[in-house]
Design a binder for this molecule. Structure first.
Ligand SMILES: Nc1ncnc2c1ncn2[C@@H]1O[C@H](COP(=O)(O)OP(=O)(O)OP(=O)(O)O)[C@@H](O)[C@H]1O
Ligand SMILES: O=c1ccn([C@@H]2O[C@H](COP(=O)(O)O)[C@@H](O)[C@H]2O)c(=O)[nH]1
Length: 248
């Protein structure tokens, strides 16, 4: 990557006002921003409309996670007045393609640093930060870059993978389209999103599966049934993780 590229992205995203100058410059540092002993990262993946966001909302209530949806962060940036990347994000979302990883990772980094500041709030338990990262990583380059720059994905980290059929996902998304106002909740965009999911995201899931870090859950049943399964999986992650670690 060209030197200074990440800083240029940060400038364009107007992220320097967050006063993160205590953090080492991204391109010269050799270790990730977060210590994997002091944060728990659970990724949530699955096809468009599989129910990721719905289940994340439940898991936040159960486990006091800080929930970060990459799609929501991108939509907020797209709508931010004066955003350099607004048009690019808009096109990617409508076309169901993946926004260049530097943009998404920078947005995630800032959101994670902001969440980490509030040690008494949501996302803190037993002195550890708990992040539920929804709809990310969507592509292998993002998965590797996240590990390199933000958190070394450690033994206890896990991906919850919600699966159901395209037929179910399509039906759910078309129902959602009646109220969501999302530019990509239409048949044409949904088909493109299914293709991107199969071509780009499935290899990420297979990568984590090879490392034994994926819990697959059938998300075809009711929200409550799926939630019961997901809770069980997360309970296992936190079993044995109660030792207080007060700094991050
Ligand atoms: N188990 C379920 N049974 C029936 N409907 C569901 C279930 N889970 C979610 N839904 C509904 O399906 C739609 C899509 O769910 P949700 O937004 O959680 O999916 P998602 O995986 O986050 O989608 P995307 O990747 O497009 O953001 C929503 O309208 C939601 O209410
Ligand atoms: O890491 C990411 C996550 C999302 N996108 C883009 O956003 C849309 C919508 O994402 P949802 O998770 O369904 O809200 C997705 O189709 C991509 O275009 C991304 O580029 N990178």
């Amino acid at each position: 990557m060209a030197p200074g590229f990440v800083e240029k992205i940060a400038d364009a995203l107007h992220l320097h006002h967050h006063d993160h100058h205590h953090e080492p410059p991204k391109e010269s540092k050799s270790s990730p921003v977060f210590d994997s002993n002091k944060v728990t990262v659970v990724f949530v993946l699955g096809g468009p409309g599989a129910g990721k966001g719905t289940q994340c909302a439940r898991l936040v209530q159960d486990f006091n996670f800080c929930h970060l949806s990459a799609g929501d962060l991108l939509r907020a940036e797209q709508d931010r007045e004066g955003s350099t990347y607004g048009d690019l994000i808009k096109t990617c979302i409508r076309e169901g393609t993946i926004v260049p990883m530097e943009v998404t990772i920078k947005l995630l980094e800032v959101a994670m640093l902001d969440a980490r500041k509030d040690k008494t709030g949501l996302g803190w338990q037993d002195g550890k930060a708990r992040f539920l990262i929804d709809g990310f990583p969507r592509k292998m380059d993002q998965a590797l870059k996240f590990e390199e720059d933000l958190v070394q994905v450690c033994v206890s980290s896990l991906t919850i993978f919600f699966t159901t059929t395209e037929e179910v996902m399509l039906k759910r998304l078309l129902v959602r389209s009646e109220t969501s106002g999302r530019a990509d909740d239409n048949v044409e965009s949904i088909k493109k999103r299914f293709n991107t999911y199969k071509e780009q995201t499935m290899p990420v899931i297979e990568h984590y599966q090879k490392q034994g870090k994926v819990s697959e859950i059938d998300s075809s049943p009711s929200v409550e049934e799926v939630h019961a399964q997901a809770s069980e999986v997360v309970n296992k992650i936190f079993a044995g993780q109660s030792a207080p670690q007060l700094t991050a």
